[in-house]
Design a protein around this ligand. Structure first.
Ligand code: SAH
Length: 238
């Protein structure tokens, strides 16, 4: 776990023995369940450590310490096998975490990991963001909304921003040449009540292959009609 230890130090956090054990268990379960469920194409131990665990933690380098004070409500949209939500919950045990994915079998795995790692204050929701975001319990409730590798920004913003509280942050993990994508999201962000704050490159060695965190501020309430019905945000982006 040397890479993960170096990466977490680089991103400004020190992991203790219990946390390293939790990552190690998560790693073992991911490999074992991946034989039956198609959870991830990244299966070498070194890659899991770097491209799943360390990559999930990269946001720690850019969040202001006040953002993480108290018991922040954090949601991960399209978490898949738990990324970035679960690695972040291991590193920050005090957060209240909600994990959302529309694929039931992935959420069985995620539920299993939450129990196996004895993670507290984690809610696992199998469902579509387009539907869950209209439930009063979840709407505009979260201080931090995270999403990695789910959809292009104009669509992803519609799936994610309705969950974000005013003054909260929405962070999208992105890879590749994203300047056109970011530009094309301007209208969507505007309609949904958000402003682009910054685009931060990830610089940790090994993750310096064109990864960016796109950070937006929620400045006003999202109109109630968003997100539109399931499938529409992807098919017909704002
Ligand atoms: N965030 C994870 C998984 C990315 S794959 C990672 O970085 O490894 C994209 C995931 O988003 C899939 O698991 C898919 O089921 C989920 N997803 C796609 N559209 C969704 C929607 N509308 N609502 C909820 N989950 C969605």
């Amino acid at each position: 776990m040397q890479t993960l230890i170096s990466a977490s130090n680089y991103f400004g956090i020190e992991l203790n023995g219990r946390q390293l054990e939790q990552y190690s268990l998560y790693h073992d379960e991911l490999i074992s369940w991946n034989r039956k469920l198609n959870l991830t194409s990244i299966i070498s131990p070194a890659e899991i450590e770097l491209k799943h665990f360390a990559d999930s933690l990269s946001v720690l380098a850019v969040l202001e310490p006040e953002t993480l004070q108290g018991k922040p409500e954090v949601i991960d949209i399209g978490t898949g096998a738990g990324f970035p939500g679960i690695p972040l919950k291991i590193a920050l045990p005090h957060i209240n975490l909600t994990l959302v994915d529309s694929t039931q079998k992935k959420m069985f795995f995620v539920e299993h990991i939450v129990q196996k790692l004895k993670l507290e204050n984690v809610t696992v929701l199998a469902g579509r963001a387009e539907e869950l975001a209209h439930k009063p319990l979840y709407r505009e409730r979260f201080h931090l909304v995270f999403s990695r590798a789910v959809a292009k920004l104009p669509s992803l913003a519609e799936l994610s921003l309705p969950f974000c509280a005013i003054n909260g942050l929405f962070v999208a993990w992105k890879k590749g040449d994203i300047s056109a994508e970011v530009e094309s999201a301007g209208h969507s962000l505007n309609v949904l009540g958000a402003r682009l704050k910054c685009v931060i490159p990830v610089t940790f060695p090994g993750l310096d292959d064109g990864r960016f965190l796109v950070i937006t501020n929620k400045v006003s309430s999202t109109p109630p009609k968003y997100p539109r019905r399931p499938g529409t945000p992807l098919k017909n982006p704002l």
